[in-house]
Design a protein around this ligand. Structure first.
Ligand code: FAD
Ligand code: SAM
Length: 616
């Protein structure tokens, strides 16, 4: 537990007398003095029989215990590119307690030449913020992924989910870095291993070999590299490990084409699944479920103790940024100023110091900075969250659903039954609308009823506590109002102008059967925004636009976390619902969690976070 809460301690690039990168924390070099790539190829690639072992495989997964400068990853990636019989997809999971900053990584990799220089640059460009947890980097259009687990391996190895074929054991010397070579760690690696998994390391220490053997590997010594007489190779003992996944990329039906359904459909389509999405709202276009919802905010959840909500929201937003890059018609990263009560500013400053997140992710913003940061001077400020984004929900949905692997069907699903290739969805006239081996219910408030009809005897305690709330946003003409260029959030939110209109949010209406924009709802939003912007509410009322708002529904659970998970043992029926006020933050996350699971990829968040959102 403690290890997770520790802020990351980045490494600093230092070279030894021979110009080899070395660690001042551990007093050891990052790679053999005889060359990083030659070492990678001899020890880690050949030591794991690569590239031969991945030939003919659809998916191959490598797990590395110390990412360091990424030289092993780059050598592996290059070998994958060069191999005519490469797997369709290569996944790499790599742990790192002391990541370099992007600038140090760039400096360290600056000497690479030719193709390797390009790969190194792509790695630097994709480098995530130095925040503890899992970060998914995507290359080659998704055919190569790198899941970086930032934090101590002692904690994180228990938290990762993957189906591994080959291990690169690359800590510093066991003498100075015993955590990277413990029997307990090797046990966790075996938990993730596929049948026949192999491991290789430059290290031939007796204790390491004994602990690998105790964990379940058959270990041998073979000639080493760069002056090392021997290195170790290991293969998982027969009878251990799970069969390697053989992703079928089966067709999937997604019921519901709102934010949740769209996020899931898109992640699956990117992996090659044929996805059929059903939603009656498609009758007014693919973005039908959010037609009129001009602009919405995606602001990271922040908590002083970095709780699961904050961690999940961070993961979701980082994944979304990566996925939506270039979708300029739908999304702009403008930053959010999170206003906190003046009485709490001391607490927040202290928390930010303790969280020690990079300034581009979260930093204290002084009042005198607000003019430049937000475009409007405030008497007191709050926390600046650089990842805050303004999104046009309907446009985003339409763009993502336009993927060639997705078909949209303007029909409501009245019921689901077992049949055909797995599950059949039926319309209200009992006609079969479609069938597929897997189905995802992204049906917001309708989820419990659909599920109860499908599995009448099952009980899902969290689902039964689902709550539905109506609510509206309000629209204001730009011009006489503060011309902000960032999101201002707190008790409500205010979005930068879009097409001459600012969107302000929002209301929460309980116990209502209809959700539509009302006069009192508009006033309530104007009042909230006036507080946020420190202006008179009358100015906002005078700038009322036409139409003056959009109303919809939110569906949430009491813990404010979404529900993302399978409900049956075969993992053929999935739920993606309960997105509350953060549909934009959860939509890519849910898609990636479900797609990773169905395709045997490393998971994108820690196991304890998966547990916190599961459906049963
Ligand atoms: C006023 C307001 C402002 C908001 N602002 C923001 C914001 O700024 N940022 C943010 O991140 N979130 C915001 N939200 C929350 C966000 O809208 C929700 O979290 C999100 O829409 C949830 O996604 P969903 O797909 O679960 O539900 P929806 O987007 O509501 O979509 C569910 C879809 O399922 C379809 N469906 C249901 N049953 C069936 C069936 N049987 N067959 C076929 N289709 C079916 C429905 O027709 C619907 O289109 C706001 C919500 C409201 C109400
Ligand atoms: C020998 S270097 C790895 C070199 C790397 N494989 C490469 O290709 O550049 C060992 C790495 O393990 C990391 N490390 C050390 N202790 C760790 C721990 N407890 N958890 C995770 N990573 C750790 C170090 O920070 C260092 O980057």
């Amino acid at each position: 537990m403690k290890a997770r809460r520790e802020p990351l301690q980045p490494a600093h690039l230092t070279l030894d007398a021979q110009g080899v990168p070395c660690s001042t924390l551990y007093g050891d070099v990052y790679h053999s003095r005889s060359g990083a790539f030659d070492q990678a190829r001899h020890v880690f690639l050949r030591g794991n029989d690569l590239p031969q072992r991945w030939q003919g495989r659809d998916t191959f997964t490598v797990c590395e215990t110390g990412f360091g400068l990424g030289n092993n990853f780059l050598a592996l990636w290059q070998a994958w590119r060069e191999c005519g019989a490469r797997p369709q997809r290569l996944h790499v999971l790599s742990f790192e307690a002391h990541p370099f900053t992007a600038a140090d990584l760039a400096r360290a990799l600056a000497g690479h030449e030719g193709e390797m220089a390009g790969l190194a640059q792509a790695l630097v460009d994709a480098w995530p913020p130095l925040i503890a947890g899992l970060h998914r980097l995507v290359f080659e259009g998704g055919r190569v992924t790198l899941t970086l687990a930032f934090g101590r391996i002692e904690y994180l190895a228990r938290q990762t989910e993957a189906r591994v074929d080959a291990f690169f054991l690359d800590g510093f010397s066991p003498r100075v870095n015993p955590q990277m070579w413990s029997r307990e760690l090797f046990g966790q690696l075996v938990r993730m291993a596929n049948e026949g998994a192999t491991a290789a390391t430059w290290c031939s220490a007796g204790q390491v070999r004994r602990d690998l053997a105790a964990a379940g590997f058959l270990v041998t010594r073979v000639p080493g590299f760069g002056g090392k007489r021997q290195m170790s190779r290991a293969v998982l003992r027969p009878g251990l490990g799970r069969p390697a996944p053989r992703p079928q990329r089966e067709p999937v039906i997604v019921v519901g084409g709102g934010l949740a359904g769209t996020g899931v459909a898109h992640s699956l389509a990117l992996r090659g699944h044929a996805v059929a999405v059903f939603d009656p709202m498609f009758r007014s276009g693919p973005g039908g479920s959010h037609e009129g919802h001009r602009s919405a905010a995606m602001t990271p959840a922040l908590s002083r103790d970095d709780n699961p909500m904050s961690r999940l929201s961070r993961a979701g937003i980082l994944l979304a940024h990566q996925r939506w890059k270039g979708l300029h018609d739908a999304y702009v990263r403008c930053g959010s100023l999170l206003r906190v009560p003046e009485s709490e500013s001391g607490l927040w400053r202290a928390a930010l110091r303790e969280l020690a997140q990079p300034a581009e992710w979260a930093r204290w913003c002084e009042a005198h900075e607000t003019e430049a940061q937000v475009g409007h001077a405030l008497r007191h400020a709050g926390v600046w969250l650089g990842a805050g984004s303004r999104v046009r929900p309907a446009a985003l949905i339409a763009i993502l659903l336009a993927h060639e692997g997705i078909t949209v069907h303007p029909r409501a699903v009245a019921s689901i039954r077992a049949g055909g290739t797995g599950w059949q969805v039926l319309g209200d006239d009992a006609a079969v609308l479609g069938e597929a081996p897997r189905i995802v219910l992204a049906t917001a408030t309708h989820t419990p009823a659909l599920l109860a009809a499908l599995f009448p005897d099952a009980h899902y305690p969290r689902l039964s506590a689902m709550q539905r709330m109506g609510g509206q946003v309000a629209f204001f003409r730009a011009g006489d109002l503060p011309c902000t260029h960032a999101i201002v959030a707190g008790a409500g939110y205010w979005l930068p102008e879009d097409g001459g209109i600012h969107t302000g949010g929002s209301t929460y209406v309980f116990d209502t059967a209809v959700s539509e924009p009302t006069e009192s709802g508009f006033d309530s939003v104007a009042h909230k925004v006036a507080g946020l912007l420190e202006i008179d509410a009358a100015r906002l009322r005078a700038a009322r636009a036409q139409p003056s708002g959009w109303a919809g529904w939110r569906v949430a659970f009491s813990d404010h976390l979404p529900m993302i998970g399978a409900v049956d043992a075969r993992e053929s029926v999935w739920l993606a619902c309960g997105y509350g006020s953060r549909g934009l933050s959860w939509m890519t996350l849910a898609g990636e969690i479900i797609a990773a699971r169905l395709n045997g990829e490393p998971q994108v968040v820690e196991r304890e976070l998966l547990k916190s959102v599961r459906a049963r």
